[in-house]
Design a protein around this ligand. Structure first.
Ligand code: BGC
Length: 414
């Protein structure tokens, strides 16, 4: 054997050992930048680091992930896709259709994902040919209200169960001199309330307007009523709401300067982070009139096709689907597990309720994808709806005009 050949062989042997000894990194693009979100992200980071997988952080602030998706598009266009990306519903399907996502079938088979992930989620985790292309880390839902316990007690009323109750509590909070409704004027936050308001007018109406895009439902009397309800709620928001981040609105409820926030259960992460306890410091209820039904969204990690780092991608996918991890992560995040076999022991009362509500809604056929968070219609249609909802919330349209605009905007976006 020549000297050169021996040298080449030992370099090759070294390289082989190196791939096994030195872990690959994952670069993770996400929008988990609030206090509660960062705490949950840390659970994931530490889990991966414990397995020797390095973490390259790529945060893009902005609830709902719109800004993150814009950054993602730019990165992919420049030929520099991140390895793992937090993604919602229809965005996953769109990237899969472009052929940009890697195949996770091997880890999915090893972990029996087919058996433990509810169909409603699998629908967004698989491509058109039935291959797994994303790993769901949680299930959030948008039809929640987070109420300050002391502000509610000060009204002498019970937590509201109907629209009429809700208005009575909001009025009483106003009389008590606090901001009744903490809200941030950003399109996705307006749309998050809209999800719940539409659902409060009936499952059939939610399905017909937000999922089936039936023009009769989009522009009909119930839609006018939905916009009227939005106007009523707008009357309980403070003057400085424009552009406020959602977690700052949560902070107003946490410090008692506001009575309640209508927001997905990521808000619970903020309350927990502030050492607040469900039932003692805050109360979680389903948006009045939507009890028994759930508008869900699921954060999933999609893995982009990359030249290097596939091993770390698969390890990360396997990791986020581990039952113990799903419990540890979702306890902090405010969401519930994406698998049906995770025990609820570690969850607080709101988390236990979230898990039970999800299972009940699913078996009763009352589980619907959230429009505001990318699970009822593709991004183009969602953004068209956002525009109308926000323009109306800011007084640019009457309720009747807004209903008409919904029909036009959706038609133009399709
Ligand atoms: C995501 C949550 C996130 C929230 C606010 C939602 O779209 O699903 O994970 O906490 O946006 O940023």
């Amino acid at each position: 054997m020549t000297m050169m050949k021996t040298l080449k062989m030992s370099v090759a042997a070294l390289a082989l050992t190196a791939t096994h000894a030195v872990a690959e990194d994952v670069e993770v693009l996400h929008w988990w930048t609030s206090g509660g979100e960062a705490a949950a992200l840390n659970v994931l980071k530490e889990d991966l680091q414990g397995q020797g997988i390095g973490w390259n952080d790529m945060p893009v602030a902005g609830g709902g992930g719109e800004a993150a998706m814009t950054t993602l598009r730019a990165r992919v266009t420049a030929g520099n896709a991140p390895t793992a990306v937090q993604m919602l519903g229809f965005d996953i399907k769109d990237w899969a259709a472009e052929g940009a996502l890697g195949n996770l079938d091997s880890v999915a088979a090893d972990g029996s994902w087919d058996e433990v992930v509810p169909d409603a989620l699998q629908n967004f985790s698989k491509d058109a040919d039935g291959h797994w292309i994303a790993a769901p880390v949680n299930v959030h839902s948008t039809n929640w209200v987070w109420i300050s316990k002391s502000a509610l007690d000060a009204t002498g009323m019970d937590a509201p169960e109907s629209w009429e109750d809700l208005i009575a509590v909001l009025d009483a909070m106003k009389d008590n001199g606090i901001t009744p409704l903490a809200h941030g004027g950003q399109a996705w936050q307006d749309a998050t309330i809209f999800d719940a308001v539409v659902l409060s007018l009936g499952d059939d109406f939610y399905k017909a307007s937000m999922i089936d895009l039936d023009p009769g439902a989009l522009g009909g009397e119930k839609m006018v009523e939905a916009f009227q309800r939005m106007e009523t709620l707008r009357g309980y928001v403070d003057d400085n709401f424009s552009g406020r981040d959602w977690n700052l609105a949560s902070a107003m409820v946490i410090d008692g300067s506001a009575g309640m926030q209508m927001m997905g259960d990521w808000a619970k992460g903020e309350f927990l982070r502030a050492d607040q306890v469900p039932g003692e410091d805050f109360v979680c209820i389903r948006f009045p009139g939507t009890q028994g039904a759930v508008t869900f969204n699921s954060d999933q990690f999609a893995m982009f096709k990359v030249d290097e780092g596939q091993e770390a991608q698969l390890a990360m996918a396997a990791s986020v689907m581990d039952p113990a991890f799903q419990s540890a992560f979702n306890v902090v995040k405010g969401s519930v597990p994406a698998r049906t076999d995770v025990p609820n022991d570690a969850f607080d009362d709101c988390g236990k309720k979230g898990m039970a509500d999800l299972a009940d809604a699913n078996s009763a056929g009352r589980l619907f994808g959230s429009m505001a968070h990318g699970h009822s219609v593709p991004a183009g249609v969602k953004n068209a709806m956002y525009d109308v909802i926000t323009a109306h919330f800011n007084g640019e349209f009457s309720a009747e005009e807004a209903a008409e605009e919904m029909v036009n905007a959706v038609e133009a976006a399709m």
